[in-house]
Design a protein around this ligand. Structure first.
Ligand SMILES: *Cc1c(COP(=O)(O)O)cnc(C)c1O
Length: 401
């Protein structure tokens, strides 16, 4: 007689949600340190290295970076209030949930918001952006908001092509890019691509606990800042550019989070950005190979329909008939100790998301795929068999001996 066990979830619970992500031990250990004098040498030096390295990570030499004690929603507000005035028109490029959320914040702050409608399963189409901007002959649109990766839909938007669409339309709106779910995972080149303003947060690709938000402001954003009337004391760049260290954080720095961020940057630079991006790409492709096999059972499917629009940090999976995937999510959590992401936005309640972002390696990703496959079998959900094996085959070829 075969024995059964109620659960194999003991051991470290593994978060496969798209933020917060796994915090490396080196980051946790760096945070376990006493506070520093906020006016003296070591803290001031730490800030200098972080601001320098943020410029490297956003790939800007012309821009200025700012660090806030805030999450991504805070950094959204920081970006908007520093460059806009009440009544300014903002064009939001829909490709999921997150640019829409940024637009909702802009509206509450007093901007006039127009959404360029998109599809929850497709990336932003640059030619539609160009066509809309060409119609704005009076130049009413002051800013264009877009997420590089939309964490709800799982699309990656082609930021260089969108920047090119603005130029082709001869439009001078500020191009503002949310990189919360992409920075430190996939290439982002602020100066080279012509991005005016970007914002991000600590808890996804940057492998640090939630609580730090960032803005990177290019020359055109800094120029717009001078006449912006939405500015408020805490977010204000001018104040933060002030002469003393205290100004940099508009008050007490979130010191332990900054110690953690330093350790996270050190890990990233030790691995090398090119390898970090290649690792994300390979592990994401392994997940996609598994999902492709499972979807042969006609129950599940990729949310993103076009293969080249699927991002390398999270893979949303939907049910074809709109059924709930909660039983599978619960099985993975309760029985296996793997926390999958819930489906969000237009797919809410009808799928799940596998995150593969930040501090992840092959056993983590293969472990998640193995647990999902266990769940598919145990719950007798129709699926093509051998998804995890397909992921292993792919990785064995992608990572040669
Ligand atoms: C997570 C996320 C946010 C919001 O960040 P919070 O820290 O939860 O406020 C914004 N944009 C994108 C693309 C995200 O993935």
């Amino acid at each position: 007689m075969s024995q059964t066990v109620p659960s194999v979830a003991a051991g470290r619970e593994f978060l496969a949600i798209p933020g917060p992500t796994n915090v490396p031990d080196a980051v946790l250990q760096a945070m376990h340190s006493p506070a520093l004098d906020i006016y003296a040498g070591p803290m001031v030096a730490l800030t200098d290295t972080l601001l320098r390295d943020l410029k490297r990570i956003f790939a800007t030499s012309a821009g200025r970076c700012y660090i806030y004690a805030a999450n991504g929603h805070g950094a959204w507000e920081a970006a908007l209030t520093n460059v806009l005035s009440r009544g300014d028109k903002v064009l939001v490029l829909e490709s999921g949930r997150f640019a829409i959320g940024w637009g909702e914040a802009a509206k509450m702050l007093g901007a006039e918001v127009e959404i360029l409608p998109g599809d929850f399963r497709r990336a932003v189409q640059p030619e539609q952006v160009e066509a809309r901007l060409r119609k704005d002959t009076k130049g009413e649109i002051k800013a264009v908001l877009v997420a590089q990766i939309d964490t709800a839909s799982g699309v990656i938007n082609d930021i260089p092509a969108i920047a090119q669409a603005l130029r082709a339309a001869g439009h001078d709106a500020l191009l503002c890019v949310d990189t919360v779910a992409s920075l430190g995972c996939v290439p982002f080149e602020m100066d080279k691509w012509g991005v005016d303003l970007s914002m991000s947060a600590s808890q996804k690709g940057l492998m640090t606990p939630p609580g730090l938000g960032f803005t990177a402001a290019g020359p055109r954003a800094l120029e717009a800042h001078k006449k912006a009337n939405m500015r408020t004391p805490y977010w204000d760049w001018t104040f933060r550019d002030g002469p003393v260290h205290y100004h940099k954080y508009c008050g007490t720095p979130p010191e332990q989070l900054l110690f953690g961020l330093r350790a996270a940057f050190d890990l990233m630079f030790a691995e090398g950005e090119a390898n970090v991006f290649a690792r994300h790409r390979a592990l994401a492709e392994a997940v996609r190979r598994a999902v492709a096999v499972w979807s042969e059972g006609q129950t599940f499917d990729f949310n993103v329909t076009e293969a080249n629009e699927r991002c390398d940090t999270v893979t949303p999976v939907i049910t074809r008939g709109g059924e709930s995937a909660q039983a599978l999510v619960d099985y993975c959590g309760v029985k296996c100790g793997v926390v999958l992401g819930r489906a969000l936005g237009k797919t809410e309640g009808r799928g799940f998301r596998i995150a593969h972002m930040g501090h992840v390696n092959a056993p983590m990703v293969l472990g998640v795929l193995g647990a999902v496959e266990m769940g598919l079998k145990a719950l007798k959900l129709p699926h093509g068999s051998g998804g995890a094996a397909a992921a292993i085959d792919y990785l064995a070829g992608a990572v040669p001996a």
